[in-house]
Write a protein that binds this ligand. Structure first.
Ligand code: ATP
Length: 361
C-alpha cells in the first residue's frame, strides 16, 4: 500500500516556540517506516516578532497555506506585548476563527512513574461563543457604572462540541483497548463523558448547553459511552480531590478555560501539557505553555508538551497507531526519569530529552 503523505504547517512563533517546534518535526520524521506515513513540512510565520517585522501577527500567506496545502499544523507560542499595541491581536485566536477550529482539546495525564494512581483525562472546551463573544458594555447610572457582558450559547455549537467529546471518548477507548491487548495496565474499561454546566443558576444559557449536549450524546453511535453531568463548582472540587475519576469533560468556553488551566496544575509542569485546536477538517497541535521568555535561548525548554501535541494532532488526522507510539515513548522517558528537563527537577537539555524519546520510538 502506498504511504500516506501528510503536509504539516510549522508555526514556531516566538520564544521557546522556536526551540520546541523543531523537536515536533523531528519526532514526525523519526516515526517507524512500518506505519506507512510520510511527512512534508512548510515553515510559516506568526507572532509578535512577525508583527514587529511585517505589521501583522498573522500573515495572510500563513492562513492561505494552511487552508490550501496542509493536512494539519503545529503552533509553538507567541509573546504578547505587555501594553496594548495598536493593530496587534493574538494570531492563534484569529487562526481558530479563520479555520473554524471550534474545539480546544486538552489532555491531562500522569504516568505510573509519577506515583499514586495515574490521571488520564481530557477537557474538551467549546471555543467560539459563551462570554468570549466579547459583547460588553458599560453604562453610567445614578448609582455609578454598570458593566454587562453577553453570554451566548447556541444549540449548534453545544451539539457539535458534545459530539466531538463523544468521538474523543470512543477513540480513547480504542487506544486503551490496544494498550490492554499488548499487556499494559489500563485504568478504565468504559468511556465516559461528563457534561459541565451551571444550569441551576443559568437555566437558559447553560440549560441549553446541557440539553443540546445530552441530545447529541444520545446518538446511537455513543451507546457505549456513559454520559453524566456535573455542576461546574462541584466539578472543580472533585477534579482536585479525585482526578482519576474523569475521562472526557465537555464544557462551554469559560468553564473550559478555567478547568483546563486548573487541571494542568495536577501534572507538575506546563512543559508537559499538550493541546489541540480542532475543527471538522483541520487540527493544530499546540503546547499549552507560552513563549517562556525567562528560559528562551537557554536550550532547556521541555519539549514534551510539543511532542504530545504532535501525537494529539495525529489522533485527529486518524493516525492513532502513530500517536500511540509517541505517547508510549514519552511516557517511557518520564517513567525512567533519567533525561528530564529542569522544570521537572532534571538537568537534561531540550535536545537530550528529545534524543531519549526518539531512541524509544
Ligand atoms: P507568555 O507571555 O508567552 O505567556 P509566560 O512566561 O507568561 O509567557 P509561560 O511561557 O507559559 O508564560 O511560562 C510560565 C512559566 O513556566 C515560566 O517560568 C516558564 O519558564 C515555565 N515554562 C513554560 N513552558 C515551559 C517548558 N516547555 N519547559 C520549561 N519550562 C516552561
Amino acid at each position: 500500500m502506498a504511504a500516506r503523505t501528510l503536509r504539516i504547517g510549522l508555526i514556531p512563533g516566538d520564544g521557546i516556540g522556536r526551540e520546541v517546534i523543531p523537536a515536533g518535526r523531528r519526532i514526525l520524521e523519526a516515526l517507524p517506516a512500518s506505519l506507512n506515513l510520510k511527512f512534508s513540512f512548510v515553515d510559516l510565520d506568526a507572532g509578535w516578532d512577525t508583527f514587529k517585522r511585517t505589521g501583522t501577527a498573522l500573515p495572510e500567506k500563513t492562513v492561505e497555506t494552511l487552508k490550501k496545502e496542509c493536512d494539519g499544523a503545529l503552533f509553538g507560542a507567541v509573546s504578547s506585548p505587555t501594553t496594548k499595541v495598536a493593530g496587534y491581536s493574538s494570531p492563534i485566536v484569529a487562526l481558530r476563527k479563520r479555520l473554524d477550529l471550534y474545539a480546544n482539546v486538552r489532555p491531562v495525564k500522569t504516568t505510573a512513574g509519577a506515583g499514586g494512581s495515574p490521571i488520564d483525562l481530557v477537557i474538551v472546551r467549546e471555543n467560539t461563543e459563551d462570554l468570549y463573544v466579547k459583547e460588553e458594555r458599560t453604562t453610567d447610572t445614578p448609582n455609578g457604572k454598570v458593566a454587562e457582558a453577553v453570554k451566548r450559547i447556541s444549540e449548534r455549537a453545544s451539539s457539535r462540541i458534545a459530539t466531538m467529546a463523544g468521538e474523543i471518548a470512543l477513540r480513547r477507548q480504542k487506544i486503551r483497548d490496544v494498550a490492554a491487548a499488548s499487556g499494559a495496565a489500563v485504568t478504565r474499561s468504559k468511556p465516559m463523558v461528563t457534561i459541565t454546566h451551571k444550569s441551576n443558576v443559568l437555566s437558559q444559557t447553560d440549560g441549553l448547553f446541557r440539553e443540546a449536549s445530552r441530545q447529541a450524546l444520545a446518538a446511537q453511535k455513543f451507546a457505549n459511552v456513559e454520559v453524566e453531568e456535573q455542576i461546574v463548582d462541584s466539578m472543580v472540587y472533585k477534579l482536585f480531590r479525585q482526578p482519576q475519576y474523569y475521562d472526557v469533560i465537555v464544557a462551554p468556553n469559560l468553564y473550559g478555560d478555567i478547568l483546563s488551566d486548573g487541571a494542568a496544575a495536577l501534572v507538575g509542569s506546563l512543559g508537559l501539557v499538550p493541546s489541540a485546536n480542532v475543527g471538522d477538517s483541520f487540527a493544530i497541535g499546540e503546547p499549552c505553555h507560552g513563549s517562556a521568555p525567562d528560559i528562551e535561548g537557554k536550550g532547556i525548554a521541555n519539549p514534551i508538551a510539543t511532542l504530545r501535541s504532535v501525537a494529539l494532532m495525529l489522533e485527529f488526522l486518524g493516525e492513532e497507531p502513530a500517536a500511540a507510539k509517541i505517547y508510549a515513548a514519552v511516557d517511557a522517558n518520564l517513567d525512567e526519569g533519567k533525561f528530564l528537563s529542569p522544570d521537572l527537577g532534571g538537568k537534561a537539555t531540550t535536545q537530550e530529552v528529545l534524543e531519549d524519546v526518539l531512541k524509544r520510538l
